[in-house]
Design a protein around this ligand. Sequence first.
Ligand SMILES: O=C(O)C(=O)C[C@]1(C(=O)O)C=C[C@@H](O)C=C1
Length: 93
Amino acid sequence: MRNLEEVRKDIDAINQEMVRLFLRRMELSEEVVRYKMEHQLPIYDKEREQAIVEAMVKTGDPGHLEAYLRDFLKALMEISKDYQQEVLDGEGP
Ligand SMILES: O=C(O)C(=O)C[C@]1(C(=O)O)C=C[C@@H](O)C=C1
């Protein structure tokens, strides 16, 4: 078994990548909501969310971690929608 410090180093590296990707995803989410505002479309798109989760479960092949992957993706989209609502309300950048 590897020691705690080594494993934490790997987690730190993953966190760095994830933060970069998360912030990029949020930028794209803002782009989407600005499009939606212009075209009078609702923030919430149930079909799109379901399609994302199913596609990621299929390609990610998470095995026994499937429920956690589903929770992770749903949490990401909740955060994305919160941000979109903020932009819509005019509180965004
Ligand atoms: O694809 C969209 O329509 C988005 O607004 C993006 C996004 C997401 O964060 O993935 C957010 C809200 C929608 O309910 C679906 C997906």
